[in-house]
Structure formats: C-alpha cells, structure tokens
Design a protein around this ligand. Structure first.
Ligand SMILES: NC(=O)c1ccc[n+]([C@@H]2O[C@H](COP(=O)([O-])OP(=O)(O)OC[C@H]3O[C@@H](n4cnc5c(N)ncnc54)[C@H](O)[C@@H]3O)[C@@H](O)[C@H]2O)c1
Ligand SMILES: [Zn+2]
Length: 383
C-alpha cells in the first residue's frame, strides 16, 4: 500500500534567461527595506551588481549582510540572525549558495526574540516565519531554495545538523543560470554532485513517492546529460541553466522524500573535518550506492531506462551502469575521493562511525539497514 505523501513548494518560481529582472516586480511598492544575505565569495565573483542595481531601481533601501561564512556553525548563524534583527528589514533576499540561503531561511523564522537557533536545534517546530524570503541560488547546487531545511554545524557534536521546519520553504525563487556562470570548476563539481546525491538518494529512499520520484528522475536526467560540460566550460550557459534547474528539482525531491545514508554518513565529515558538503557526499556516494545496490536494484534499473535506456540489459546490468556513470562523473570532475587528502585515517574511524550513526533522521530512509559495522566498512572504503 502506498503511504500518504505530501509536497510543499515555494510560492512562486521564476526561471529563464533574464529571470533576475523579476526582482523589480517582486519588490516595487511592496517592500521598502529588504535585507540581502550574501558572502564575500559572491561579492568577489562580481555577480551582486546586477541584482543590487535592480533593487535600487525598485526604490528599495538595501541592508547588506555579507559576512556569512561557508557552512556556518549554529553560533555563527545566531550572529547573522542578530544582525538581521537589528536592521529592521521587511523582506529577505538570499544571493548565494546553500550556506547563504540556509542563513536567510533561518533568519526568516528566528527574527522574534522568543527563541534562539539553539532552541530550534532542540525543537525545530517552534519556528514561525515572520519575514518573507526570496532565494537566488548561485550554486547548482544544494536545492536549499526549495527545501524546509537549514543545515548548521554543531561543533560539540562534531556533526552538521538539519533544522527542518516547513515554514522555511521559501516564498519566491529566481533561477537565473547567469548567477552560476562564473563558478570555479571545483565548486561547480562539488555542488553538482550534491544535487546528484539528492536526486539518487531521494529516488531510492524509503520515503520515495510519486511526487519525489518525478522531480528526482528529471533531476537525474538533466544532471547525467549536463554536469561535465556545465562544470568544465565557462561559456556553457545552457548546460549551467539545466544544472540549476536540476538542483532545484533535487531540492523539491528532498522536501517530498528524504536523503539517505550518503548524506547521513557525510555529515560528520563536514561537521568535524570541514570537508565541503558536496565533496563529502561525492566520497560517500559510490560506497553507499554499491552497498545499497541489491536493495535498490529496480529503482536503479528505472534510472537507467529513463536516462539512457539504449541497450537491452537485465536489472543488475542497468544498476551497474548507473553506478558506473556516477563513478565516471566523479573521476572526470577530479573530486577528491579519499579522506587521506584531509589527514583523516584509521585512528578517526570509531569517532566517525559513532557520529555517522547519530544521523538516524536520514539513516532510517535507507532501504538497506545500516549497522555501525556497515558504517565502519563504508568509511574504511574511503580511507
Ligand atoms: N538547506 C538544504 O536543503 C541544504 C541542502 C544541501 C546542502 N545544504 C547546505 O548548504 C551548504 C553548502 O552550500 P553550497 O554547496 O552551495 O556552498 P556554499 O554556499 O558554502 O558556497 C561555497 C563557496 O562558493 C562560493 N560561491 C558560491 N556561488 C558562487 C558563484 N556563482 N561564483 C563564485 N563563487 C561562488 C561562495 O562564496 C563560497 O565560498 C552546506 O552547509 C550544506 O550543508 C543545505
Ligand atoms: Zn546535500
């Protein structure tokens, strides 16, 4: 029997070659003092000028919050929220990757004095949105522009933890491929693999359902067809725009379904060792997919049929093709596939296993049960 399922989507999503222009329509005569969340990398990339110019054209008085660190801790998140609260802004615009968007989303539900980020970590459901949000992603990407999640690092636990509250699903999203055009290859590759992981995990998740499957499958089709060119060719705007759309679809799939053991086991790698989110997922992706192959054979075969489907193969051959294609992408994009480069070795194995097993929120979504011994074996494969 099919269990109940549900999907909450952003209020309005604008895509296309000049989707950025929509800013004027969204702001003019509605919001006077929007806060723009961004970071120094975005500023340096020179992609803030156009949206800030459009905001000025809309008559808005901008409050810029541009000190957001990559993959912030909950304490850094609180600092951002405090500075937002002082600004008296009436709208939130995030221009950036997952780190920036997550801080913007958290601020939208933490702008009252009733609770802190620490309280939200303990009980996410107390958060109430008081300020509307517009997300303009610049990586492709986390899909954070579609999800009810905000991820913060919790140093005491040596983990990254997801705060999940539907109120954080953004009100507006602008998907403009030009915002990702200047992404350095390394970041484009890691964030592209994050989107790939979201899609394949959601499709093979215990929580998969017709809504999430549709978005996850289309994300996979777009990613398999476009990821290499989008990362390697700075002028490939069409492929970059396809990746941006795929990342959004991946985010929608997360909202409707949920990621599995790849994300669960990658959280300690980010939380303790500060390995970028996309890179840690790229490391865990193949070991977990091989571990899951038997349990997810028919889903992986369906992915082959949808994205390739040229040759007659049995299900196992189809599943092997999908795993092989993911391996080919990771190799070609030269994403680190071993913990050695980060100075992590056998002595860290027990701690990693303990932390990874704490992420039961996602491990329960994995079709094949993951025991502590399984987690240990999976980490060993990338040492
Ligand atoms: N909320 C969610 O649903 C969700 C989902 C997945 C991941 N995440 C979280 O998102 C964070 C990672 O986000 P991310 O992978 O997008 O990276 P990021 O936001 O941390 O950005 C990484 C770097 O890329 C730079 N950058 C971003 N866009 C650029 C551009 N167009 N040109 C040049 N430089 C650019 C930034 O300045 C930064 O230095 C993690 O904390 C992760 O846990 C959240
Ligand atoms: Zn992710």
């Amino acid at each position: 029997m099919l269990e109940d399922y549900k999907l909450k989507m952003p209020g309005a999503v604008f895509g296309g070659e000049h989707a950025l222009d929509k800013i004027v329509e969204l702001i003019k005569n509605k919001y006077k003092k929007p806060a723009v969340f961004t970071d120094k990398g975005i500023e340096a990339a020179g992609i803030l000028e156009e949206p800030l110019g459009l905001l000025k054209e809309s008559g808005a008085q901008i409050h810029l919050i541009d000190e957001i660190p990559s993959e912030p801790t909950y304490e850094q998140a609180q600092k951002t929220i405090d500075s937002f609260k002082e600004s008296g802004s009436d709208f939130i615009i995030a221009i950036g990757g997952g780190s920036v968007m997550d801080m913007a989303k958290l601020s939208s539900i933490a702008a009252t004095n009733d609770y802190t980020v620490k309280d939200l970590l303990e009980n996410p459901s107390i958060g109430r949105k008081t300020v509307k949000t517009l997300m303009i992603p610049t990586t492709a990407g986390t899909g954070a522009e579609a999800t009810p999640n905000a991820i913060v690092a919790v140093p005491e636990k040596e983990l990254k933890v997801g705060i999940v509250n539907e109120e954080m699903v953004p009100d507006y999203v602008i998907l403009d491929g030009r915002m990702t055009a200047g992404l350095p290859k390394k970041i484009a590759a890691a964030t592209g693999i994050d989107a790939l992981a979201h899609a394949i995990e959601c499709y093979t998740s215990n929580k998969a359902n017709p809504f999430s499957n549709m978005f996850a499958m289309e994300a996979l089709r777009l990613i398999f067809a476009n990821i290499e060119k989008a990362c390697e060719d700075r002028t490939a705007l069409k492929e970059k725009s396809s990746m941006l759309l795929a990342a959004f679809y991946g985010g929608v799939a997360i909202t409707a379904s949920g990621t599995t053991a790849v994300h669960a086991l990658s959280y300690p790698l980010g939380g303790k060792y500060h390995i970028p989110h996309g890179v840690s997922n790229a490391m865990m992706l193949l070991p977990v997919m091989k571990f899951n192959k038997e349990a997810c054979m028919s889903e992986l075969a369906q992915v082959y049929d949808a994205v390739e489907g040229k040759e007659k193969k049995n299900d196992e051959e189809k599943a092997d093709w999908v795993i092989g294609r993911m391996s080919e992408i990771i190799k070609r994009l030269e994403i680190p596939d071993s913990l050695k480069a980060y100075g992590i070795g056998q002595e860290d194995l027990e701690e990693l296993t303990r932390s990874g097993m704490e992420v039961q929120r996602l491990l329960v979504n994995n079709k094949k049960m993951v025991t502590a011994q399984d987690a240990r074996n999976l980490y060993m494969q990338i040492m």
